[in-house]
Ligand binder design. Structure first.
Ligand SMILES: [Zn+2]
Ligand SMILES: [Zn+2]
Length: 240
């Protein structure tokens, strides 16, 4: 029997719901093992928290140990994720924080917001469709992309989304000259690095980081979800 959801999720529960939603959105299996890897916590710690989320009515677990949201859990998760992206947009557009710094700030702010301040922020970012990294603020509006790493020489690409918001990866991408929304053409790709020629000159990143960059490409490679390791793992610190 599903229990009634608690009226308010704790900060820890919100963090888990957010991370679960991120696995779900990326098309990765929602399992305790993937959660432990994504949260960088031990399996027993994650197991305990998943038990709490289940008791509080946010998730269900199937006999084969897969995790699914309850309706309430999905609603909560969508709200938290949307709020995170909205705060990021507010920080870049209104406060002027560089886009490679906003994720960590939003992680703190998103749990400390009153509904009134949240409404103010939402009104201020207005019609913004995505966070500064290309993730939809209305979570259902995710556009399918392909990994930049898969694109062939000469393909025209538009940078759609930076799938992994680990801070060190965002710094690396910004420094390399990758910008969400940027257009260019694949100038070189050899399995080690990918070079995109843009109006501002060429930008080169490693192929493994290019796995975490979603693009719209013409011609387009076949659809493929980026490798779980690369989605979960940051460049040095290996994820969050
Ligand atoms: Zn973020
Ligand atoms: Zn973002």
């Amino acid at each position: 029997m599903a229990t009634e959801p608690a009226a308010h999720a704790t900060v820890a529960e919100e963090e888990y719901l957010e991370r679960l939603f991120w696995l779900y959105e990326a098309g990765l299996p929602m399992t305790g093992a993937n959660m432990a890897r994504a949260m960088q916590l031990s399996a027993p710690t994650v197991h305990e928290m998943l038990g709490r989320l289940e008791r509080d009515g946010y998730i269900m677990r199937t006999p084969d140990r897969a995790i699914d949201f309850t309706d309430s859990g999905r609603e909560h998760a969508e709200h938290i994720v949307s709020r995170h992206r909205m705060i990021e947009r507010f920080l870049t557009d209104v406060v002027g924080v560089p886009w490679d710094d906003v994720h960590e700030e939003a992680e703190q702010l998103e749990h400390a917001m009153t509904p009134r301040f949240e409404a103010y922020v939402r009104a201020t970012v207005g019609d913004a469709k995505t966070c500064p990294h290309g993730h939809p603020i209305k979570v259902g509006e995710r556009i399918d992309g392909v990994p930049l790493a898969d694109c062939e020489l000469g393909a025209k690409v538009t940078i759609l989304r930076l799938e992994n918001e680990a801070e060190d990866l965002l710094h690396y991408l910004k420094q390399a000259g990758i910008d969400p929304g940027m257009q260019g053409e694949i100038a070189a790709t050899d399995g080690e690095t990918v070079t995109v020629a843009t109006g501002n000159g060429p930008t080169t990143i490693t192929a493994s980081v290019a796995e975490t960059v979603s693009v719209i490409a013409d011609p387009s490679p076949p659809p493929r979800t980026a490798l779980p390791e690369q989605l979960v793992l940051g460049r040095e610190r290996y994820g969050r």
